[in-house]
Every structure is written in C-alpha cells, then in structure tokens.
Design a protein around this ligand. Structure first.
Ligand code: FAQ
Length: 315
C-alpha cells in the first residue's frame, strides 16, 4: 500500500471510531503527538504530587492526612499508567524521565504555583482536579486505545479527588472567620491558574486542529474551559464564596457564563519555566531521581540474577 493509501485507511478507521492500537500502522506525526501529550500528561501527574505532598506532614487531622496520602498515591499511579501507555508508542521510560528532569519536557503549568495554606488542598482538589476531570472525561474516548483505557480508571479516581477537595472547602467555609478567609484566599489564588490548565485560547493552540481531526482531542481548549467556568460558577454558590472575576456573569443569550480575560503573559511565562515554583519542582524531581538510583540498580541486578538462574536451569 502506498503512503497515501495507508493514511487514508488510517483516517477512515478514526472516523469510524475504531481505536488505534500499538501494532497498527499510524502516521509518524500521530505517534509523535500522542507521545508528546501522554508523556506531558504523565509528568503532570508526577510533578502534581509535589504541591500536595508538601501538606501530608501538616494535615490538620489523622483523617485528613490519610485522605491526602491516598490522593497523592493515586496521582503516582496515574503517572505510571500513562508512562506505560506512552511506552507502547516506542519511547522508553528513561528517555521520558531524562526529558522531564532536564527541563526539556513540559508538564501542566498549574503545578508551578505554591500551596501556601491548608485551604489550598481543598482548592487544588476542587478546582485543579475539577479541571483535570473535564479534560480527562473527553480523553476516555481518545483514538489511541492504551491512552483511552488508562483514562477510564484515572477518571474514577479523579472524581473522588474533586469531591474531597470540595468537602475540605465546605468545612472551612462553615468554620471560623479565619477559616472562611483562608478558604476565599485559596480560591482567589487558584482560580486563574486553573483556567490556564486548558491551554492557550483556540486561536493560539498550535496542535488542536490536527488533534481534533485525529480524535486525540474531542473538544477544544476554549470549549472545555467554558464548560469548567459554567460548572464552578454554580458550585461556588454552595460554598458561599466568590470567584475573583468581576466580569463573571450569566449570559442569557449564550446560555453560558461570560468571564474575564486570562493573563496570557503569565501563562506563557510559567510554561517557559519562569513560574513561581518551576525551579523548585525540577530540583525536587532531580533529587528524587538521583536518590532512587540505587533502587533502580538493585531492581536490574535482581532481574538479571533471576534471568541467569532460569537460563541455567533450562540448560
Ligand atoms: N501547561 O496546542 P496546544 C492533573 C502547551 S493532570 C503547560 O493547545 P495541546 C491531575 C502545549 O503542550 C493535568 N503547557 O496543546 C492532577 C503546547 O506545547 P508543545 C494535565 C501547556 O496539547 C491533579 C502549547 O502549549 N492534564 O491535573 C499547557 O493540543 C491534581 C500549545 O498548546 C493533561 O496533560 C499547560 N496548561 O493541548 C495531578 C491532559 N497548555 O507540546 C495532581 C492531557 C498547553 O506543542 C494533583 N493533555 N500547553 O510544545 C491535553 O489535553 C492537552 O495537551 C492540553 C493542551 C489541553 C493540556
């Protein structure tokens, strides 16, 4: 078959909603886009453990500590499913780790902001996991099979994460004056960065058109962002708090909430490595990688020993 025919039958498969599997023929650019997106997604889960991990030792009760440990552990699991999904496309885990640790690979901008108070654990769960879920529910139907299947399980866990975040804020919102202020302050700081998680506006999104044609993405950045604003603008009423946007208003005609302009300069600054915590996050990842070298060496030595024993027996 010629390249043109291969590409045509590939697109036909996508149009018929048939999943693309690792051994199927695929255009190089489809492989590369999936490796880029899945590995960035995996890195986001792993780096995303850091801002919350920061609060495990300071959680206000044993119950909150147990919940937070479980959540952070879930994020590690998500990273591992996603690295495995990316590996099926021919990239090695070592390569992905090197790209993350050297600063070459991107991860979500949101994790470059600091978690300053306990209320941030609620805001991260409610807003950050909330934004992540909207995006990930769409990815359960992405065209690459291993990615879609990984997302199904991840979404179930993220849904619990968002609820625990909302519940943490709900308790604070009914607490003392100081607790209510802490709750509002966390919402104020996390709102705009959460909107940035959906990526640049559609007119600036370099990958969207092709990714939508290949059904890697099913909705555009702006569509998902709007969906998120509509959802949160209603949920915040239950907390009795406000969102820090004077332009947020229900629009009867559009049947959607209008909202203010995102600070895109801040977004690109963070993406380029100049956010409040970019350097700290990379330093923490590199430290963990270096300190874990002996574990990887021991696992390889053990696997070699086991393999040699089996070969010996067979001979
Ligand atoms: N941060 O052309 P587009 C989570 C880059 S998981 C940094 O629109 P695309 C769980 C983008 O890579 C959160 N960079 O790109 C959790 C591209 O650069 P490139 C992560 C960003 O791929 C919760 C350039 O800008 N979720 O939170 C960002 O079509 C709590 C142009 O952009 C995923 O990764 C950004 N926010 O759409 C864990 C979901 N946005 O690569 C712990 C999967 C854009 O060409 C605690 N990913 N860029 O050099 C996606 O759905 C997509 O990749 C988008 C971006 C929607 C993020």
């Amino acid at each position: 078959m010629s390249l043109i025919d291969l590409e045509k039958s590939f697109q036909e498969k996508i149009d018929k909603e048939i999943k693309i599997e690792p051994k199927d023929w695929m255009p190089d650019a489809y492989r590369k886009t999936n490796i880029r997106q899945i590995s960035q997604h995996a890195h986001s889960e792993i780096v995303g453990m850091l801002p919350e991990g920061n609060w495990i030792s300071r959680a206000p009760s044993l119950k909150r500590k147990a919940i937070l440990i479980a959540k952070v552990q879930d994020e590690a699991g998500h990273g591992l499913y996603l690295y495995s999904a990316a590996e099926t496309l021919g990239i090695s885990r070592d390569q992905m780790m090197n790209d993350l640790n050297s600063g070459k690979a991107k991860y979500s901008s949101i994790f470059n902001y600091p978690t300053l108070t306990w209320a941030d654990m609620g805001a991260v769960g409610w807003l950050v996991d909330g934004a992540a879920i909207l995006n990930q529910v769409m990815l359960c139907r992405t065209s690459y099979g291993p990615y879609a299947r990984a997302m199904v399980r991840i979404c179930k866990e993220e849904s619990f994460h968002q609820r625990q975040g909302f519940e943490t804020l709900l308790v604070l919102s009914k607490g003392t004056k100081e607790q209510r202020e802490m709750c509002q302050d966390a919402i104020n700081r996390w709102w705009w960065p959460s909107l940035m998680m959906f990526g640049p506006k559609d007119s600036e999104s370099t990958n969207s058109d092709q990714s939508i044609k290949w059904k890697i993405k099913r909705k555009t950045n702006d569509e998902l962002r709007q969906q998120f604003v509509n959802m949160i603008a209603e949920q915040i009423k239950l907390l009795g708090m406000t969102l820090p946007d004077p332009d947020l208003k229900w629009n009867e005609k559009r049947n959607q909430y209008d909202f203010g302009e995102i600070n895109w300069e801040e977004f690109w600054n963070v993406v380029k490595g100049n956010g409040p915590c970019n350097k700290q996050r990379l330093a923490a990842r590199n430290k963990a990688h270096d300190e874990g070298a002996w574990v990887r060496a021991a696992a390889i030595a053990y696997a070699d020993k086991k393999k040699n024993k089996t070969t010996h027996k067979a001979a």
